[in-house]
Design a protein around this ligand. Sequence first.
Ligand code: PMP
Length: 411
Amino acid sequence: MVANLTSIRDDFPILNQKLPNGQPLVYLDSGASAQRPRSVINKITEVYEQYYSNVHRGVHQLGDRVTTEMEAARSRIQSFISAELPEEIIFTSGTTMSINLIAQAWGRHFLKGGDEIILNEMEHHANFVPWQAIARERGAVLKFIQLTPEGRLDLDHYQGLLTAKTKLVAVTGMSNVLGTINPIREMATRAHEAGALIFVDGAQSVPHQPVDVVGSEIDFLAFSGHKLFGPSGIGVLYGRKALLENLPPFLYGGNMISEVRLDESHWASLPARFEAGTPAITDAIALGTAIDYITELGFDTIQEQEHLLGEYALQKLREVPGLQIYGPQELEQRGTIFSFNITGAHPEDLATLLDRKGIAVRHGHHCTMPLHQHLNIAASVRASLTFYNTTDEIDALIDAIDFARKRLRLT
Ligand code: PMP
Protein backbone atom coordinates (compact mmCIF):
# COMPACT_ATOMS: atom_id res chain seq x y z
CA MET A 1 0.00 0.00 0.00
CA VAL A 2 1.31 3.44 -0.82
CA ALA A 3 1.76 5.54 2.33
CA ASN A 4 -1.40 7.66 2.18
CA LEU A 5 -3.63 4.65 1.55
CA THR A 6 -2.77 2.53 4.59
CA SER A 7 -6.16 3.05 6.24
CA ILE A 8 -8.16 3.30 3.02
CA ARG A 9 -9.95 0.00 3.53
CA ASP A 10 -11.62 1.36 6.65
CA ASP A 11 -13.54 3.69 4.35
CA PHE A 12 -15.18 0.71 2.61
CA PRO A 13 -17.30 -1.20 5.15
CA ILE A 14 -18.12 -4.07 2.77
CA LEU A 15 -14.47 -5.02 2.25
CA ASN A 16 -13.77 -6.00 5.83
CA GLN A 17 -15.93 -9.06 6.19
CA LYS A 18 -15.91 -12.82 6.37
CA LEU A 19 -18.12 -14.51 3.81
CA PRO A 20 -20.80 -17.07 4.80
CA ASN A 21 -18.26 -19.87 4.17
CA GLY A 22 -15.89 -18.32 6.72
CA GLN A 23 -13.36 -16.99 4.19
CA PRO A 24 -12.35 -13.32 4.28
CA LEU A 25 -13.64 -11.48 1.23
CA VAL A 26 -11.06 -10.70 -1.45
CA TYR A 27 -12.93 -8.45 -3.84
CA LEU A 28 -11.34 -8.50 -7.29
CA ASP A 29 -14.42 -7.55 -9.31
CA SER A 30 -14.34 -3.75 -9.26
CA GLY A 31 -14.42 -3.68 -13.07
CA ALA A 32 -17.95 -5.06 -12.87
CA SER A 33 -18.97 -2.84 -9.94
CA ALA A 34 -16.66 -1.04 -7.55
CA GLN A 35 -17.51 -0.74 -3.86
CA ARG A 36 -18.52 2.55 -2.29
CA PRO A 37 -16.99 4.43 0.63
CA ARG A 38 -18.92 5.19 3.80
CA SER A 39 -19.25 8.86 2.78
CA VAL A 40 -21.36 7.80 -0.22
CA ILE A 41 -23.48 5.43 1.87
CA ASN A 42 -23.97 8.17 4.50
CA LYS A 43 -24.99 10.65 1.81
CA ILE A 44 -27.70 8.30 0.56
CA THR A 45 -29.06 8.03 4.12
CA GLU A 46 -28.81 11.80 4.58
CA VAL A 47 -30.89 12.49 1.48
CA TYR A 48 -33.64 10.02 2.41
CA GLU A 49 -33.68 11.00 6.09
CA GLN A 50 -33.47 14.75 5.70
CA TYR A 51 -34.59 16.26 2.41
CA TYR A 52 -35.74 13.75 -0.20
CA SER A 53 -38.47 15.09 -2.46
CA ASN A 54 -38.83 15.52 -6.19
CA VAL A 55 -36.49 17.92 -7.98
CA HIS A 56 -37.11 21.02 -10.10
CA ARG A 57 -40.79 21.05 -9.10
CA GLY A 58 -42.07 22.27 -5.74
CA VAL A 59 -41.52 25.68 -4.23
CA HIS A 60 -41.27 24.02 -0.84
CA GLN A 61 -38.02 23.97 1.10
CA LEU A 62 -37.30 20.28 0.66
CA GLY A 63 -37.69 20.68 -3.09
CA ASP A 64 -35.28 23.59 -3.04
CA ARG A 65 -32.69 21.74 -1.00
CA VAL A 66 -32.77 18.54 -3.05
CA THR A 67 -32.60 20.49 -6.32
CA THR A 68 -29.62 22.47 -5.06
CA GLU A 69 -27.86 19.25 -4.02
CA MET A 70 -28.49 17.56 -7.36
CA GLU A 71 -27.31 20.56 -9.35
CA ALA A 72 -24.22 20.77 -7.12
CA ALA A 73 -23.48 17.14 -8.04
CA ARG A 74 -23.82 18.05 -11.71
CA SER A 75 -21.30 20.86 -11.26
CA ARG A 76 -18.87 18.54 -9.48
CA ILE A 77 -19.07 16.09 -12.38
CA GLN A 78 -18.53 18.97 -14.79
CA SER A 79 -15.29 20.00 -13.11
CA PHE A 80 -14.24 16.35 -12.57
CA ILE A 81 -14.14 15.79 -16.34
CA SER A 82 -13.16 19.41 -17.12
CA ALA A 83 -16.29 20.12 -19.13
CA GLU A 84 -17.03 23.73 -19.94
CA LEU A 85 -20.65 23.91 -18.78
CA PRO A 86 -22.87 22.11 -16.24
CA GLU A 87 -25.63 21.66 -18.83
CA GLU A 88 -23.27 19.45 -20.82
CA ILE A 89 -23.70 16.85 -18.06
CA ILE A 90 -26.80 14.70 -18.57
CA PHE A 91 -27.82 12.28 -15.84
CA THR A 92 -28.72 8.87 -17.23
CA SER A 93 -29.13 5.43 -15.67
CA GLY A 94 -25.59 4.43 -16.71
CA THR A 95 -23.16 3.98 -19.57
CA THR A 96 -25.54 1.75 -21.51
CA MET A 97 -28.30 4.34 -21.42
CA SER A 98 -25.89 7.15 -22.34
CA ILE A 99 -24.71 5.27 -25.43
CA ASN A 100 -28.25 4.36 -26.49
CA LEU A 101 -29.29 7.97 -26.04
CA ILE A 102 -26.72 9.22 -28.54
CA ALA A 103 -27.07 6.26 -30.89
CA GLN A 104 -30.80 6.94 -31.12
CA ALA A 105 -30.99 10.74 -30.89
CA TRP A 106 -27.93 11.47 -33.03
CA GLY A 107 -28.14 8.39 -35.25
CA ARG A 108 -31.79 8.86 -36.25
CA HIS A 109 -31.20 12.50 -37.01
CA PHE A 110 -27.80 12.54 -38.68
CA LEU A 111 -27.00 9.08 -40.09
CA LYS A 112 -27.92 8.28 -43.64
CA GLY A 113 -27.36 5.38 -46.02
CA GLY A 114 -23.67 4.76 -46.78
CA ASP A 115 -22.36 6.75 -43.78
CA GLU A 116 -19.69 4.97 -41.78
CA ILE A 117 -19.17 4.35 -38.07
CA ILE A 118 -15.79 3.13 -36.85
CA LEU A 119 -15.77 0.57 -34.06
CA ASN A 120 -13.39 -2.22 -33.05
CA GLU A 121 -13.60 -5.71 -31.65
CA MET A 122 -12.58 -4.87 -28.08
CA GLU A 123 -15.75 -2.87 -27.40
CA HIS A 124 -18.21 -3.91 -24.69
CA HIS A 125 -21.60 -4.88 -26.13
CA ALA A 126 -22.92 -1.59 -24.71
CA ASN A 127 -20.67 0.32 -27.12
CA PHE A 128 -21.30 -2.07 -29.95
CA VAL A 129 -24.90 -3.24 -30.24
CA PRO A 130 -26.54 0.24 -30.10
CA TRP A 131 -24.36 1.32 -33.07
CA GLN A 132 -24.97 -1.93 -34.90
CA ALA A 133 -28.74 -1.46 -34.46
CA ILE A 134 -28.87 2.18 -35.58
CA ALA A 135 -26.51 1.49 -38.49
CA ARG A 136 -28.81 -1.25 -39.70
CA GLU A 137 -31.84 0.99 -39.32
CA ARG A 138 -30.24 3.87 -41.23
CA GLY A 139 -28.33 1.84 -43.82
CA ALA A 140 -24.98 2.95 -42.40
CA VAL A 141 -21.85 0.80 -42.48
CA LEU A 142 -19.70 -0.36 -39.55
CA LYS A 143 -15.92 -0.48 -39.98
CA PHE A 144 -13.59 -2.14 -37.48
CA ILE A 145 -10.10 -1.04 -36.46
CA GLN A 146 -7.78 -4.04 -36.43
CA LEU A 147 -6.29 -5.17 -33.14
CA THR A 148 -2.56 -5.77 -32.87
CA PRO A 149 -1.44 -9.19 -31.58
CA GLU A 150 -0.97 -7.75 -28.07
CA GLY A 151 -4.50 -6.32 -28.03
CA ARG A 152 -4.02 -2.68 -28.95
CA LEU A 153 -5.74 -0.69 -31.65
CA ASP A 154 -3.73 -0.53 -34.86
CA LEU A 155 -3.60 3.22 -35.41
CA ASP A 156 -2.27 2.95 -38.96
CA HIS A 157 -5.25 0.82 -39.84
CA TYR A 158 -7.51 3.32 -38.07
CA GLN A 159 -6.06 6.14 -40.17
CA GLY A 160 -6.83 4.18 -43.32
CA LEU A 161 -10.45 3.67 -42.29
CA LEU A 162 -11.14 7.37 -41.82
CA THR A 163 -12.78 8.86 -44.91
CA ALA A 164 -15.22 11.60 -45.79
CA LYS A 165 -17.96 9.03 -45.15
CA THR A 166 -16.93 8.51 -41.51
CA LYS A 167 -19.48 10.14 -39.24
CA LEU A 168 -18.52 8.74 -35.84
CA VAL A 169 -15.78 6.83 -34.07
CA ALA A 170 -16.95 4.95 -30.96
CA VAL A 171 -14.17 3.67 -28.73
CA THR A 172 -13.59 2.60 -25.16
CA GLY A 173 -11.15 4.51 -22.97
CA MET A 174 -10.06 1.22 -21.41
CA SER A 175 -10.95 -2.32 -22.44
CA ASN A 176 -12.94 -4.19 -19.79
CA VAL A 177 -11.16 -7.42 -20.78
CA LEU A 178 -7.71 -6.62 -22.16
CA GLY A 179 -7.14 -3.64 -19.87
CA THR A 180 -5.80 -1.78 -22.92
CA ILE A 181 -5.77 2.00 -22.52
CA ASN A 182 -6.61 3.58 -25.84
CA PRO A 183 -4.99 6.83 -27.08
CA ILE A 184 -8.18 8.87 -27.05
CA ARG A 185 -6.66 12.28 -27.66
CA GLU A 186 -4.83 11.11 -30.77
CA MET A 187 -7.85 9.23 -32.06
CA ALA A 188 -10.08 12.26 -31.48
CA THR A 189 -7.75 14.57 -33.41
CA ARG A 190 -7.66 12.19 -36.34
CA ALA A 191 -11.45 11.70 -36.26
CA HIS A 192 -11.98 15.47 -36.31
CA GLU A 193 -9.54 15.92 -39.18
CA ALA A 194 -11.77 13.54 -41.14
CA GLY A 195 -14.87 15.52 -40.11
CA ALA A 196 -16.17 12.78 -37.77
CA LEU A 197 -17.24 12.85 -34.12
CA ILE A 198 -15.79 10.70 -31.35
CA PHE A 199 -17.82 8.90 -28.68
CA VAL A 200 -15.80 7.60 -25.74
CA ASP A 201 -17.06 4.79 -23.50
CA GLY A 202 -15.47 5.84 -20.22
CA ALA A 203 -17.03 3.11 -18.06
CA GLN A 204 -13.62 1.58 -17.28
CA SER A 205 -11.28 4.52 -17.84
CA VAL A 206 -12.97 7.29 -15.86
CA PRO A 207 -12.50 5.53 -12.48
CA HIS A 208 -8.74 5.13 -13.05
CA GLN A 209 -7.38 8.18 -14.83
CA PRO A 210 -8.13 11.89 -15.01
CA VAL A 211 -10.19 12.89 -18.00
CA ASP A 212 -10.26 16.29 -19.66
CA VAL A 213 -12.99 16.26 -22.27
CA VAL A 214 -11.95 19.61 -23.73
CA GLY A 215 -8.20 18.90 -23.80
CA SER A 216 -8.80 15.43 -25.25
CA GLU A 217 -11.28 16.78 -27.82
CA ILE A 218 -13.97 14.32 -26.72
CA ASP A 219 -17.38 14.99 -28.27
CA PHE A 220 -19.39 12.51 -26.17
CA LEU A 221 -18.38 10.60 -23.04
CA ALA A 222 -20.36 7.99 -21.11
CA PHE A 223 -19.70 6.51 -17.66
CA SER A 224 -21.47 4.76 -14.78
CA GLY A 225 -21.77 5.63 -11.10
CA HIS A 226 -21.43 2.06 -9.85
CA LYS A 227 -17.95 1.63 -11.33
CA LEU A 228 -16.92 5.03 -9.96
CA PHE A 229 -17.42 4.16 -6.27
CA GLY A 230 -20.92 5.63 -6.41
CA PRO A 231 -24.44 4.17 -6.58
CA SER A 232 -25.81 1.99 -9.35
CA GLY A 233 -28.72 3.20 -11.47
CA ILE A 234 -27.01 6.51 -12.17
CA GLY A 235 -24.61 7.46 -14.92
CA VAL A 236 -23.49 10.35 -17.04
CA LEU A 237 -23.58 11.40 -20.63
CA TYR A 238 -21.31 14.30 -21.45
CA GLY A 239 -21.84 16.00 -24.77
CA ARG A 240 -20.47 19.22 -26.18
CA LYS A 241 -23.20 21.83 -25.90
CA ALA A 242 -23.16 22.69 -29.59
CA LEU A 243 -23.79 19.02 -30.40
CA LEU A 244 -26.41 18.25 -27.76
CA GLU A 245 -28.37 21.39 -28.62
CA ASN A 246 -28.89 20.14 -32.14
CA LEU A 247 -30.22 16.73 -31.14
CA PRO A 248 -33.87 15.81 -30.82
CA PRO A 249 -34.98 14.31 -27.48
CA PHE A 250 -34.55 10.61 -26.85
CA LEU A 251 -37.24 10.11 -24.21
CA TYR A 252 -40.41 12.17 -24.00
CA GLY A 253 -42.44 13.15 -20.93
CA GLY A 254 -42.30 15.42 -17.91
CA ASN A 255 -39.34 17.75 -17.21
CA MET A 256 -38.07 17.73 -20.81
CA ILE A 257 -40.57 20.20 -22.29
CA SER A 258 -40.95 23.96 -22.33
CA GLU A 259 -44.50 23.96 -23.65
CA VAL A 260 -47.09 21.31 -24.46
CA ARG A 261 -50.16 21.97 -26.57
CA LEU A 262 -52.65 19.58 -28.07
CA ASP A 263 -51.07 19.74 -31.48
CA GLU A 264 -47.36 20.12 -30.66
CA SER A 265 -44.76 20.44 -27.94
CA HIS A 266 -41.52 22.32 -27.49
CA TRP A 267 -38.45 21.04 -25.73
CA ALA A 268 -36.69 22.36 -22.67
CA SER A 269 -33.11 23.55 -22.94
CA LEU A 270 -30.17 21.47 -21.77
CA PRO A 271 -29.80 19.42 -19.65
CA ALA A 272 -33.55 18.93 -18.96
CA ARG A 273 -34.27 18.07 -22.60
CA PHE A 274 -32.53 14.73 -22.11
CA GLU A 275 -33.76 14.06 -18.57
CA ALA A 276 -37.40 13.11 -19.04
CA GLY A 277 -39.22 11.93 -15.92
CA THR A 278 -38.08 11.78 -12.33
CA PRO A 279 -34.33 11.11 -12.24
CA ALA A 280 -32.40 8.91 -9.80
CA ILE A 281 -32.21 11.91 -7.47
CA THR A 282 -30.49 10.39 -4.44
CA ASP A 283 -28.06 8.46 -6.59
CA ALA A 284 -27.11 11.54 -8.59
CA ILE A 285 -26.40 13.43 -5.36
CA ALA A 286 -24.38 10.51 -3.96
CA LEU A 287 -22.41 10.28 -7.20
CA GLY A 288 -21.28 13.83 -6.43
CA THR A 289 -20.04 12.55 -3.06
CA ALA A 290 -18.17 9.68 -4.75
CA ILE A 291 -16.46 12.23 -6.97
CA ASP A 292 -15.50 14.29 -3.90
CA TYR A 293 -13.96 11.15 -2.45
CA ILE A 294 -11.88 10.41 -5.56
CA THR A 295 -10.86 14.04 -5.90
CA GLU A 296 -9.68 14.18 -2.28
CA LEU A 297 -7.71 10.98 -2.73
CA GLY A 298 -6.31 12.26 -6.01
CA PHE A 299 -5.49 10.37 -9.18
CA ASP A 300 -1.76 10.60 -8.40
CA THR A 301 -2.26 8.44 -5.32
CA ILE A 302 -4.79 6.16 -7.04
CA GLN A 303 -2.45 5.57 -9.97
CA GLU A 304 0.58 5.04 -7.74
CA GLN A 305 -1.25 2.28 -5.85
CA GLU A 306 -2.68 0.74 -9.02
CA HIS A 307 0.77 0.71 -10.58
CA LEU A 308 2.18 -1.10 -7.57
CA LEU A 309 -0.67 -3.63 -7.67
CA GLY A 310 -0.45 -4.04 -11.42
CA GLU A 311 3.28 -4.80 -11.42
CA TYR A 312 2.85 -7.30 -8.61
CA ALA A 313 -0.18 -9.01 -10.18
CA LEU A 314 1.49 -9.32 -13.59
CA GLN A 315 4.62 -10.81 -12.04
CA LYS A 316 2.72 -13.31 -9.86
CA LEU A 317 0.20 -14.36 -12.51
CA ARG A 318 2.98 -14.95 -15.04
CA GLU A 319 4.56 -17.47 -12.66
CA VAL A 320 1.43 -19.68 -12.68
CA PRO A 321 1.98 -22.67 -15.01
CA GLY A 322 -0.31 -22.65 -18.05
CA LEU A 323 -1.78 -19.21 -17.31
CA GLN A 324 -2.22 -16.83 -20.21
CA ILE A 325 -3.06 -13.16 -19.64
CA TYR A 326 -4.85 -11.41 -22.50
CA GLY A 327 -3.97 -7.90 -23.60
CA PRO A 328 -0.79 -5.83 -23.36
CA GLN A 329 1.87 -7.48 -21.21
CA GLU A 330 3.42 -4.17 -20.12
CA LEU A 331 1.69 -2.11 -17.45
CA GLU A 332 2.39 1.17 -19.24
CA GLN A 333 -0.19 0.24 -21.87
CA ARG A 334 -2.91 -1.19 -19.67
CA GLY A 335 -4.96 -0.82 -16.51
CA THR A 336 -5.36 -3.26 -13.63
CA ILE A 337 -7.88 -5.53 -15.32
CA PHE A 338 -6.43 -9.00 -15.84
CA SER A 339 -8.38 -11.52 -17.91
CA PHE A 340 -6.83 -14.93 -18.20
CA ASN A 341 -7.24 -18.62 -18.85
CA ILE A 342 -5.33 -21.61 -17.53
CA THR A 343 -4.73 -24.48 -19.91
CA GLY A 344 -7.06 -27.34 -19.04
CA ALA A 345 -9.32 -25.31 -16.72
CA HIS A 346 -12.82 -24.17 -17.61
CA PRO A 347 -13.23 -20.51 -16.57
CA GLU A 348 -16.45 -21.24 -14.67
CA ASP A 349 -14.82 -24.07 -12.70
CA LEU A 350 -11.90 -21.81 -11.92
CA ALA A 351 -14.11 -18.92 -10.76
CA THR A 352 -16.20 -21.31 -8.64
CA LEU A 353 -13.12 -22.75 -6.95
CA LEU A 354 -11.69 -19.26 -6.37
CA ASP A 355 -14.98 -18.28 -4.72
CA ARG A 356 -14.55 -21.15 -2.25
CA LYS A 357 -11.45 -19.29 -1.06
CA GLY A 358 -13.33 -16.01 -0.83
CA ILE A 359 -11.95 -14.57 -4.09
CA ALA A 360 -14.59 -12.65 -6.05
CA VAL A 361 -13.73 -12.62 -9.76
CA ARG A 362 -15.85 -12.71 -12.87
CA HIS A 363 -15.92 -15.31 -15.61
CA GLY A 364 -17.60 -15.54 -19.01
CA HIS A 365 -17.37 -13.36 -22.09
CA HIS A 366 -17.68 -10.11 -20.09
CA CYS A 367 -20.12 -8.69 -22.66
CA THR A 368 -17.41 -8.83 -25.33
CA MET A 369 -18.36 -11.74 -27.56
CA PRO A 370 -16.66 -10.31 -30.67
CA LEU A 371 -13.41 -9.93 -28.69
CA HIS A 372 -13.63 -13.49 -27.36
CA GLN A 373 -14.24 -14.71 -30.91
CA HIS A 374 -11.19 -12.71 -31.99
CA LEU A 375 -9.14 -14.35 -29.23
CA ASN A 376 -10.59 -17.71 -30.23
CA ILE A 377 -11.87 -18.48 -26.74
CA ALA A 378 -15.37 -18.90 -25.36
CA ALA A 379 -14.73 -17.32 -21.98
CA SER A 380 -12.11 -16.07 -19.55
CA VAL A 381 -11.64 -15.32 -15.86
CA ARG A 382 -11.23 -11.66 -14.96
CA ALA A 383 -9.63 -10.17 -11.87
CA SER A 384 -10.08 -6.39 -11.78
CA LEU A 385 -8.26 -4.37 -9.17
CA THR A 386 -8.45 -0.86 -7.87
CA PHE A 387 -6.76 1.34 -5.26
CA TYR A 388 -8.33 -0.37 -2.23
CA ASN A 389 -6.87 -3.76 -3.13
CA THR A 390 -3.62 -4.98 -1.59
CA THR A 391 -0.67 -7.15 -2.58
CA ASP A 392 -1.81 -9.58 0.16
CA GLU A 393 -5.01 -10.02 -1.81
CA ILE A 394 -3.00 -10.81 -4.94
CA ASP A 395 -1.13 -13.43 -2.89
CA ALA A 396 -4.51 -14.81 -1.80
CA LEU A 397 -5.57 -14.99 -5.47
CA ILE A 398 -2.42 -16.85 -6.39
CA ASP A 399 -2.87 -19.31 -3.48
CA ALA A 400 -6.48 -19.87 -4.53
CA ILE A 401 -5.41 -20.49 -8.15
CA ASP A 402 -2.95 -23.04 -6.81
CA PHE A 403 -5.76 -24.70 -4.83
CA ALA A 404 -7.97 -24.72 -7.96
CA ARG A 405 -5.23 -26.21 -10.12
CA LYS A 406 -4.78 -29.04 -7.62
CA ARG A 407 -8.54 -29.66 -7.46
CA LEU A 408 -8.67 -29.74 -11.24
CA ARG A 409 -5.65 -32.08 -11.24
CA LEU A 410 -3.58 -29.71 -13.34
CA THR A 411 -0.40 -30.32 -11.34
N1 PMP B 1 -18.62 -0.28 -21.28
C1 PMP B 1 -17.67 -0.92 -20.60
C2 PMP B 1 -16.26 -0.87 -21.09
C3 PMP B 1 -18.02 -1.64 -19.44
O1 PMP B 1 -17.08 -2.30 -18.77
C4 PMP B 1 -19.36 -1.65 -19.02
C5 PMP B 1 -19.78 -2.39 -17.76
N2 PMP B 1 -19.48 -3.73 -17.73
C6 PMP B 1 -20.31 -0.95 -19.77
C7 PMP B 1 -19.89 -0.27 -20.89
C8 PMP B 1 -21.75 -0.92 -19.39
O2 PMP B 1 -21.93 -0.22 -18.19
P1 PMP B 1 -23.32 -0.23 -17.44
O3 PMP B 1 -23.69 -1.68 -17.26
O4 PMP B 1 -23.04 0.46 -16.15
O5 PMP B 1 -24.29 0.51 -18.29
